[in-house]
Ligand binder design. Structure first.
Ligand code: NDP
Length: 387
């Protein structure tokens, strides 16, 4: 493998740390030259990672932490930068590939910039496609790089999607673990707190995505992500609950065949696939033992207890900026839930109310349209929360 220049956005997070582990497994500094690592408030960890992995630059998105970062890096020769301009610089340093793993809408601007600069994008940040799908796909196309999904479900679909059989494509089937509340009653769900909601049964992930998995908002975002990534009609995107998280997703074709990708629930497989693409390189991850697995279960998702799925379908059918509205309102409600200011089921109620209020926005023509819809959705969600 030729040495590739890589920037890791969100290096201090769950995906970022796994990416650094995968880079080490794929040959470390012989295979990858790390141009930049980015983080937000966790500057001590960011500096440590930059030093450990030989990054040329470290960027904190939080401008108020610049001096701390500079201090941590003094004498190392590693450049310190901060804020939007620092992220811009990281996106523009002639990268071959960028790992887009900032959490939330904050990931949109730097990832768009990196795509426009022509880097291949290993995309973990699903919000890029949920909020700005057509604009983001267009930026990638114009930049000339590849878009390789890192979300395990979309990586699975990408791995079994036969582009030359597109006319015979029937549907994609996204699997969902069902999260920690899969079997809980609606009444019990009303009273759960963030500590319970973050305990995912199969995957080890960041705080927000873990809670989004419990509410199935994560699956809702993934439905919209799949629609844009694979250019699908809303009716071609299905969800099935599969508690073991062994089948990561499937693609169904017109002859009745279904192709699936399976593996242990470990993000390093999807990350390794994205970083080595189009090759498959050895990774030290658990191998499936089917005799031990014994069974794989499936059930239909319950949209009464998990209304996020119904909201995703509405956003996919309406198109325009409904994805940005869903995501913006949801992020505010999620933050409130984490801080104990909003109930678990209220997250979907608030998101649904904001989507209904902002139902007739036209499609975005610029990224500013997306930011406007996002901030208006946030404003409305915050005001509903205060009532
Ligand atoms: P984490 O919360 O673990 O990490 C988030 C990263 O983003 C950290 O580096 C954090 O820095 C940084 N960050 C936080 N806020 C900002 C901000 N305002 N501006 C710039 N950077 C910021 O998240 P995950 O790694 O779990 O998820 C990252 C993305 O990948 C999300 O979009 C998620 O949906 C997606 N994803 C994650 C999966 C997983 O297994 N974790 C699976 C599939 C997709 P700091 O540490 O300094 O706060």
């Amino acid at each position: 493998m030729q040495t590739r220049r890589i920037a890791i956005f969100g290096a201090t997070g769950s995906i970022g740390i796994n990416t650094l582990d995968v880079i080490a497994q794929l040959g470390g500094r012989d295979a990858f030259e790390i141009t930049a690592v980015t983080g937000n408030s966790n500057v001590e960890a960011l500096a440590r990672l930059a030093i450990e992995h030989g990054a040329a630059m470290a960027v904190t998105a939080d401008e108020s932490r610049y001096d701390d970062l500079k201090q941590e890096l003094s004498g190392t020769g590693i450049e310190a930068a901060s804020g939007a301009s620092g992220l811009d610089e990281a996106a523009s340093c002639n990268n071959d590939i960028v790992m887009a793993a900032i959490v939330g809408t904050a990931g949109l601007a730097p990832t768009l910039k990196a795509a426009a600069a022509g880097a291949d994008i290993a995309l973990a940040n699903k919000e890029c496609l949920v909020s700005a799908g057509p604009l983001f796909m267009d930026a990638v196309k114009r930049g000339g790089g590849m878009l390789i999904p890192v979300d395990s479900e979309h990586s699975a679909i990408f791995q079994v999607f036969e582009e030359n059989q597109r006319r015979a494509l029937d549907r994609v089937i996204i699997t969902a673990s069902g999260g920690p509340f899969r079997q809980m009653s609606l009444d019990e769900m009303r009273h759960v707190d963030a500590a319970t909601a973050r305990a995912h049964p199969n995957w080890s992930m960041g705080l927000k995505i873990s809670i989004d998995s419990a509410s199935m908002f994560n699956k809702a975002l993934e439905m919209i992500e799949a629609q844009h990534l694979f250019d699908l009609a809303p009716g071609q995107v299905e969800v099935v609950v599969h508690p073991q998280s062994i089948i990561h997703s499937m693609v169904g074709y017109a002859d009745g065949s279904i192709l699936a990708q399976l593996g242990a629930p470990d993000m390093r497989t999807a990350i390794g696939y994205a970083l080595a693409y189009p090759e498959r390189r050895p990774l030290s991850v658990e191998r499936l033992d089917f005799a031990k697995l014994a069974r794989l279960d499936f059930e239909a998702p319950d949209e009464t207890r998990f209304p996020a799925l119904k909201l995703a379908r509405r956003a996919m059918e309406r198109g325009g900026l409904q994805g940005a509205v869903l995501n913006g309102a949801k992020e505010v409600a999620l933050e409130a839930f984490i801080e104990g200011r909003c109930g678990f089921l209220e997250m979907a109620e608030i998101t649904e109310a904001v989507m209904a209020e902002m139902d007739n926005l036209p499609a975005a023509t610029t990224i500013d349209d997306v930011y406007q819809a996002d901030s208006e959705a946030r404003r409305r969600a915050a005001s509903l929360l205060r009532r």
